[in-house]
Design a binder for this molecule. Structure first.
Ligand SMILES: Nc1ncnc2c1ncn2[C@@H]1O[C@H](COP(=O)(O)OP(=O)(O)O)[C@@H](O)[C@H]1O
Ligand SMILES: [Mg+2]
Length: 442
């Protein structure tokens, strides 16, 4: 991609309304544009990151055996009357009426709809367990949308729903998602810590929030330090008993403020206690018959007796993750994308557009890296080098390939690593070999 052909409206000024780094950087880097409070357009650079995150989430859901579908954003109010939530949900629900004066709503979540879908097709235990998910826009009329897309009103969520015949099955489905979440966040270079969350009237202990530690996080969290360093499970046999893998993690103390138990926390040796702020990027929850019972989603067991399906729901804030990733990966100069979610893999800087030698070298680099699948972005604008370096650092591509007339006189170009700032000189061929080889092993 050539910069001159792309649409990347970066801002020089630091927007006054943005209180945290990720919001400031997303606006400055031309990733999003606010259209109304908590409602954003995803500009091309932002969309590329959002899609990368979505793909990782999707691949890990599929790997764990969940099945993708797509439910609409608009839902009939009648569905929500069946579960009793239409009135209970309150002002966060955006209620709409159509030309026939039928009540609709913009879905804040999909328990009712997925339960209605399931009950109309599935009757027997033989078809269970099943986990269905979709990645769809949600709307919640938050009182105080803030921090850009981190707490928006319209936001992209992956939400999965599991159906089982009994509690043991539901726990296995829950454990699958628990472990799949750890792998998902690890692939993005994030350490998300599962923390005990409130189960409300459902009771039990099957609710966890996945939290990324960040100073600007909205939640106060407390945990055992060892949890932070515990690696993701990686390859998992999803049909085996997953309880030991889950137990190894939940054995260590971790709770958000609402669930915090001072005494249990105090029992941890002082140097292993960690109290910090965090961002909730995922939430998994077992709720049993909460929807299947009032909505009559009944499953016949091997004994022929019909019982309400045992259900759980599992959310990931796909759009919030874009902000969370920036909170975890930035410096004074801008964003530093982890490779797996970078909008482009390599930024090529042409220091002197119009100079035939430099233009040729840059065009060669663009073509070679494009063919190698590295998704390069070539800055071919007629701008001062300083401005180009600043833009590249701001948008945070992991590697920069810098090509200028002085270097070419010596037969070299520069490769700059965005995170370390380290710059090395080598011939263009060597640089292209190195970048494409790194791709091959990565
Ligand atoms: N207003 C929002 N803006 C962006 N992401 C959100 C918002 N609300 C929730 N999410 C994301 O969706 C995930 C699942 O939502 P859920 O747990 O139902 O929300 P909540 O914790 O607000 O009750 C959350 O873990 C979070 O990552
Ligand atoms: Mg939550």
């Amino acid at each position: 991609m050539r910069f001159s052909n792309f649409f990347l409206p970066t801002l020089k000024e630091v927007p006054a309304e943005a209180a945290i780094a990720s919001h400031r950087l997303m606006l400055r880097a031309g990733m999003i544009r606010q259209e109304a409070a908590g409602i954003y357009s995803w500009l091309p650079l932002g969309l590329r990151v959002l899609r990368k995150i979505e793909t990782i989430v999707r691949e890990e859901q599929n790997r764990a055996g969940a099945v993708e579908m797509l439910m609409p954003t608009l839902q009939p109010a009648d569905l929500w009357r069946q579960s009793g939530r239409y009135d209970a949900y309150g002002e966060e629900m955006l209620r709409i009426s159509d030309r026939h004066k039928r009540d609709l709503l913009y879905g804040p979540t999909n328990e009712e709809m997925v339960t209605a879908i399931f009950r109309s097709y599935v009757r027997s235990y033989r078809e269970l367990p099943k986990t269905l998910y979709h990645i769809q826009w949600k709307f919640r009329d938050e009182v105080r949308p803030r921090f850009g897309i981190m707490r928006g009103r319209e936001f992209l969520m992956k939400d999965a729903y599991s159906f089982d015949v009994d509690f043991a099955g539901a726990r296995q489905s829950y454990n699958r998602m628990f472990l799949a979440y750890l792998n998902t966040f690890a692939r993005m270079g994030l350490r998300a810590v599962p923390m005990k969350a409130d189960t409300g009237p459902i009771g039990g202990d099957l609710s966890h929030e996945f939290i990324i530690l960040a100073e600007t996080g909205e939640s106060e969290v407390h945990c055992h330090r060892d949890l932070i360093d515990m690696p993701a499970p990686g390859i998992v046999d999803w049909d085996s008993d997953l309880q030991p893998l889950v137990d190894a993690r939940i054995a260590l103390y971790a709770a958000t403020e609402e669930m915090h138990d001072e005494a249990a926390f105090a029992a941890i040796p002082a140097d292993q206690r960690l109290s910090a702020r965090g961002i909730e990027v995922g939430h998994i929850f077992y709720f049993g018959e909460k929807y299947s019972k009032p909505m009559q989603c009944m499953i016949a067991g091997p004994d022929g007796v019909e019982r309400p399906a045992q259900m759980g729901s599992y959310g990931i804030g796909v759009s919030r993750l874009v902000g969370a990733l920036i909170e975890a990966n930035h410096d004074e100069a801008g964003i530093i994308w982890p490779e797996a979610v970078a909008p482009f893999g390599v930024g090529i800087v042409n220091l002197k557009p119009g100079d035939a030698r430099v233009d040729d070298a840059a065009a060669t680099a663009l073509s070679v890296l494009e063919h190698a699948g590295l998704e390069p972005l070539l800055d071919d604008r007629d701008e001062r080098p300083g401005a180009k370096f600043a833009t590249m650092d701001l948008i945070g591509l992991p590697v920069q390939l810098i090509i200028g007339p002085k270097g070419l006189d010596k037969g070299v170009v520069d490769i700059k690593d965005r995170r370390s700032g380290e710059r090395v000189e080598m011939s263009l061929d060597a640089a292209l070999n190195r970048l494409t080889a790194a791709r091959g092993t990565g």
